[in-house]
Design a protein around this ligand. Sequence first.
Ligand code: ADP
Ligand code: ZN
Length: 525
Amino acid sequence: SEKPVPDVRSRAREILQTVFGYGAFRGQQEAIIEHVSSGHDALVLMPTGGGKSLCYQIPALIREGVGIVVSPLIALMQDQVDALETAGVRAAYLNSTQSYEEVVRVEQAVLHNELDLVYIAPERLVTPHCLNWLQKARIALFAIDEAHCVSQWGHDFRPEYIQLSVLHEYFPDVPRVALTATADGHTREEIVSRLKLDHSRQFVSSFDRPNIRYCIVEKNNARRQLLDFIMTEYRNDAGIVYCLSRRKVEETVDFLSEQGINALAYHAGLDHSVRAENQARFLREDGIVMVATIAFGMGIDKPDVRFVAHLDLPKSMEGYYQETGRAGRDGNPATAWMTYGLQDVVQQRRMIDESSADMAHRQIQIGKLDALLGFCESLTCRRVRLLEYFGETSSPCGNCDICLSPPVAKDGTQDMQKLLSAIYRVGQRFGSAHVIDVLRGISSEKVLQWGHDRLSTFGIGATRSEAEWRSILRQAIAAQYVFVDYEAFNALKLTEWARPVLKGEKTVLLRPYVKPGRRHKTKSA
Ligand code: ADP
Ligand code: ZN
């Protein structure tokens, strides 16, 4: 219903090219920029890396006055301002790390119309002093970044975001644009109502990355599997390999280098200059494999990364999406590959339990990990599951490991019952190795010591291999029948969901165990 504004449109393109040096807008950027530049409110949902920043930076340059950007990421403000200044944009920030003199200087500059963009932490923006000051200024727009922080439902709730509704009352004529990369329908409604964006237009971009093929394999010898994957599919291509620890990064670099692969390391333990040099080489040279902790990647924009490999489980679906999203930015085929095993689950749970976060926060992290496990153990299309997590409905992609070689789910009720009763019979006090020994009828020293060879469950799973039981156990954890209690030495324990299975009231479908080595069909020729 909106009329195109030719002036705004040509001005936006000109700024895109002359200030930011890009040839064309991506996705909905142009529509959003036109809308906001014309003085309207907007809610922008766009995946990380989608290009949200330009959606308020360009309107701030087109409109008269200063663009005020509310951002909770104080640590990133300096970088953003530096980048803008390099491009010739007059930018500054205000946060708690500055001296009084610095703050005054920025405030004065705004009043003298000497700035195009100012980043402000939310808790500062809503102070009477700040609101007072802004009322004397000429404001082009308000951009509310990470807008999901206003939602109490979300994982990043920040009380000071709630108070941002005052912007609407104090500045009814200034357009506001709220932006986020994570918002399911419920969170979206909450953003609209709490920020009083009832009259805003919503711009929802798809999170789908159609050129990325998702592939998750059962872990047996992770580094060998990785090597095999790189050698057969991406021998001379650039890629990123994510590991959890610095030590594993170093070991993996050594291993890949010995095999003749051009691998470099990146983690927070390296000297700043080494990190910078490795990053520069990765960006500049062809075919480098960057082995890194998640410290690597923020703000890295290399279009021809052909694969992202995970040797360890990410922390959440958001993390997985963000990390794998660094592959294939150029739109050409790319692969998100991961090797995953039971040990990963135990390790991640331990890290959560050991963290200093409070109980509520840990519960959220556990919930996020569980969602990721469900994804790993999925019997249906990975892409469908991934998009579903971000609130999008889609149909099977035909391109992920599951679509290319669908696991035929079979009735695993009996096996699951065997596993659950074995856990129950040993008193829910033993870890996976012991429980599997009992199931398989292995008279280990520990089994004999505890008299578990006399249990009714001893040997009831003798026909299955250890690897098969581990696979079933992972699925039991993913389905939340079982959890690993770190505080009890990784003992396996049953949840309330185990009961209907044990009582035969619930049928369990299991994905068949695929022997490692029998690899899924890969890159189509
Ligand atoms: P987001 O905030 O959505 O995560 P950014 O705004 O940081 O994403 O943009 C991600 C990257 O894409 C940045 O390096 C940015 O410079 C680049 N980018 C954004 N828009 C364009 C475009 N139209 N053309 C080329 N690169 C772009
Ligand atoms: Zn699929």
